[in-house]
Design a protein around this ligand. Structure first.
Ligand code: NAD
Length: 342
């Protein structure tokens, strides 16, 4: 390290979450520290654990912490379906901090069994509007409407985000995915905004694909995609499809990013079937931690983690069951630490 300045310590909020959350978050914190990440964690409860302790799933202390640190690493949180209970923490965090961009890097790693190799793309999903605006009503018995809201402001800023990401990561092409042939006004507006933004980034190629065709192309030739930008609903579906292209939930990291704040988390949920058994795959959360390190300018530890993950899956010695091994969560973290490049 002679001559290399150590990065300043970055404060960050740590949300262990429910189910397998504390196990995978614990593994991520250990690996990030061993890789040389300099983070001062402020641990906060959210969701079920907070509700049981404080009677609220979204304590004020959690919101204050994220407002102060501006970055968080989060475990999955149990969402309550169709029950009177607490409101979704994920939605509340997204709204409170206007985390308008959901980012999911999708990368094949030799050693992880999947249908494809050579995939390296990023899904950028608009996170705040579309059919998720929650405006639904019954107009007559047996007839309901769900309102799809698309605004120029949100469409422009997600397109700008996708092009900025492409430029920062030296990627070559952004493809806007839509159904403007049917939803001429809403998806038409989204496309018009993406085209307008594309003209400002002459060094980056721009293309458009109708969502059904995009799905087919993705499962035929995923290697030809680079950056995808989508509205909320198409983004939700296509980003899970893309996770499946490269080995699934256990290895797919993600981030929700706003102008000032960003929360990093794996794509998977609380996996109640294996919670508390030291069997969960921590790789997705560890890679989300590596994204956090990149985001706060600690690139070297972030890259070291990614290289160690590549080595771990290539050697196929210490893997959890979802990847065909028998190892525990903590054994994977230990092996990753041993495999960190010098
Ligand atoms: P899930 O992702 O929790 O589990 C689906 C399957 O994948 C299960 O068989 C599980 O064992 C397996 N799995 C998931 N993550 C794994 C890992 N890291 N290692 C090994 N196997 C893993 O999805 P679900 O069952 O639909 O949801 C369970 C709960 O999680 C629900 O309450 C849901 O609302 C919540 N959830 C939260 C988030 C979040 O907080 N971001 C995301 C998705 C689901």
């Amino acid at each position: 390290m002679a001559g290399r300045r150590r990065p300043a310590v970055q404060p960050a909020t740590l949300i262990p979450g429910d189910g397998i959350g504390p196990e995978v978050i614990g593994a991520a914190v250990r690996v990030m520290e061993a890789a040389g990440g300099r983070i001062a964690w402020d641990e906060q409860l959210a969701g079920k654990a907070a509700f049981e302790r404080d009677g609220t799933a979204i304590p004020d202390a959690l919101i204050r912490s994220i407002r102060r640190t501006r970055v968080g690493l989060k475990g999955p949180l149990e969402t309550q379906i169709g029950r009177v209970g607490y409101r979704s923490v994920n939605v509340a965090l997204r709204k409170t901090f206007d985390l308008y961009a959901n980012v999911r890097p999708i990368k094949s790693r030799p050693g992880i069994k999947s249908a494809f190799s050579g995939v390296d793309l990023v899904v950028v999903r608009e996170n705040t509007e579309d059919l998720y605006s929650g405006i639904e009503h019954q107009i007559a018995p047996g007839v309901v409407e769900s309102v799809k809201v698309i605004t120029a402001r949100a469409s422009r800023r997600i397109a700008r985000f996708a092009f900025d990401l492409a430029r920062r990561e030296k990627r070559k092409k952004v493809v806007a995915i839509h159904k403007a042939n049917i939803m001429k006004l809403s998806d038409g507006l989204f496309l018009a905004c993406a085209r307008q933004m594309a003209r400002r980034y002459p060094g980056i190629a721009y293309g458009e694909l109708i969502v059904d065709n995009a799905c087919m192309q993705l499962v035929l030739r995923p290697q030809t995609f680079d950056v995808l930008v989508l509205e909320n609903l198409y983004g939700d579906i296509v980003s899970d499809l893309c996770a499946g292209l490269v080995g699934g939930l256990g290895v797919t990291p993600g981030a929700n990013v706003g102008v000032r704040h960003a929360i990093f988390e794996a794509v998977h949920g609380t996996a109640p079937d294996i919670a508390g058994q030291n069997r969960a795959n921590p790789i997705a959360t560890i890679l989300s931690g590596a994204m956090l390190l990149h985001h706060v300018g600690q690139r070297r530890p972030g890259l070291r983690i990614e290289r160690a993950v590549d080595r771990l899956v290539r050697e196929r010695r210490v893997l959890t069951r979802d990847l065909g091994g028998t190892a525990t969560t903590s054994a994977v973290a230990d092996r990753l630490i041993a495999l960190l490049p010098r």
